[in-house]
Design a protein around this ligand. Structure first.
Ligand code: GDD
Ligand code: MG
Length: 358
């Protein structure tokens, strides 16, 4: 039996305002909460029990898991105060049934990847590692944990979010999935915040523990920012990213009850949520439209997220923007790169005439 801990307690600050009411791993991606993609991938790799390490908005996970049947045992652990990534792993320990030398998988809760999970566990066993890390090369590693390895694949340092150019010693980053020997979890201090990246990993290296890395060059994405969230969703819909929770892939996913006008164009892996409406001549490209939202006649939504029940008025154009739940964008507005509209906010109509006003 292989057990896993899924770290889902972060506040998802970079995805505000979407994460004000919904924790990041519970945001819908390709029709289901993001966490379902991760849980079903782990299940298919042979994980039979998963501990959800929750903190922020734990009740949202609890009510979902109570009703869901994901074909795997899911246990919820909740920290009273956020304990950080290492503290959350330690807090999950009483919920684990593995023996001291058994491998326990740890997943960051916002990573979409094509990793061969079973292969990572095999590597961990074969090398007799204390901890095995999944690594991936990225173009700009500054937003991540840098993990250089030697010729034998042994991790030589761990540099979380490097600040100076001298610290950028590799393009290999911590891809957010580890195998821990269970007894290594026992040694993480309990009852206080611990960062696995800033404290546990560097500590293991200075204690001479065997920490190895497996570099995988397949699909990898951290869905922590609005741009990457949209990208991940589109990649799942179009089949570029693998998930057992996506039944069929294509140019768009239109969920039950949604109405898309015949003259509208929905493409680029976009999702149109349940009961959402896309009006005549509207274009939704590479975007996520949440349940009950409306993209009115002639509006253009590119690379953006439209929150639950939000409205993009006729002829408005939004690109690279996040519209919070229930917000209303009047007619003829233009919202570009990086704009975030808070839930329930209202933007009036502009005086620009919309073409069908004539
Ligand atoms: N339970 C619990 N409690 N979970 C937490 C806590 C906590 O206090 N803090 C963070 N998490 C969870 C988040 O929900 C997320 O799933 C995961 O831990 C990582 O946190 P992020 O906030 O997403 O970290 P990051 O993206 O800046 O960096 C991490 O991931 C990168 C790869 O995506 C680090 O692990 C980097 O080293 C790594 O490169
Ligand atoms: Mg992240």
């Amino acid at each position: 039996m292989t057990e896993a801990v899924l770290l889902v307690g972060g506040q998802g600050t970079r995805l505000r305002p979407l994460t004000i009411n919904t924790p990041k791993p519970m945001l819908p991606v390709a029709g289901v909460p993001f966490t379902v993609h991760q849980i079903t991938r782990a299940r298919d790799a042979g994980v039979s029990r998963i501990v959800l390490a929750t903190s922020y908005k734990a009740e949202v996970f609890r009510s979902f898991i109570d009703d869901a049947d994901l074909g795997i045992e899911v246990v919820i652990a909740t920290e009273d105060e956020p304990l950080g990534t290492g503290g959350a792993i330690r807090h999950a320990l009483p919920h684990l049934q593995s023996g001291p030398d058994d491998p326990v998988l740890i997943f960051n809760g916002d990573v979409l990847s094509g990793l061969d999970i079973d292969g990572l566990v095999r590597h961990h066993r074969e090398t007799g590692s204390d901890v095995t890390l999944y690594l991936t090369p990225v173009e700009d590693p500054r937003a991540y944990g840098l993990v250089p390895t030697d010729a034998d694949g042994r991790v030589t340092a761990f540099l979380e979010k490097p600040q100076t150019p001298e610290e950028i010693v590799t393009d290999q980053i911590n891809a957010g999935c580890y195998v821990f020997r269970r007894s290594v979890i026992d040694r993480i201090p309990a009852g206080r915040p611990v960062s696995v990246e800033r404290e546990t990993f560097p500590g293991l290296l200075s204690d001479g523990a065997l920490v190895t890395g497996v570099v995988d060059r397949g699909y990898w994405l951290d869905l922590g920012t609005p741009l990457s969230f949209v990208q991940g969703s589109c990649d799942l819909v179009s089949g570029r990213a693998p998930s057992p929770a996506v039944a069929s892939t294509g140019d768009a996913l239109v969920l039950a009850g949604a109405q898309v006008a015949a003259s509208a164009v929905v493409r680029g892996g976009s999702v149109i949520g349940r009961d959402a409406v896309v009006g005549p001549d509207a274009v939704v490209d590479g975007s996520v439209v949440f349940d009950g939202a409306e993209v009115a006649e002639g509006a253009r939504v590119l690379g953006s997220i439209v929150g639950v029940g939000a409205v993009v008025g006729a002829g408005s154009s939004i690109r690279g923007a996040v519209i919070g739940d229930g917000a209303v964008i009047g007619r003829g507005n233009e919202l570009l790169d990086g704009v975030r509209v808070w839930p329930g906010a209202r933007l009036g109509d502009t005086s620009v005439r919309f073409s069908s006003d004539a």
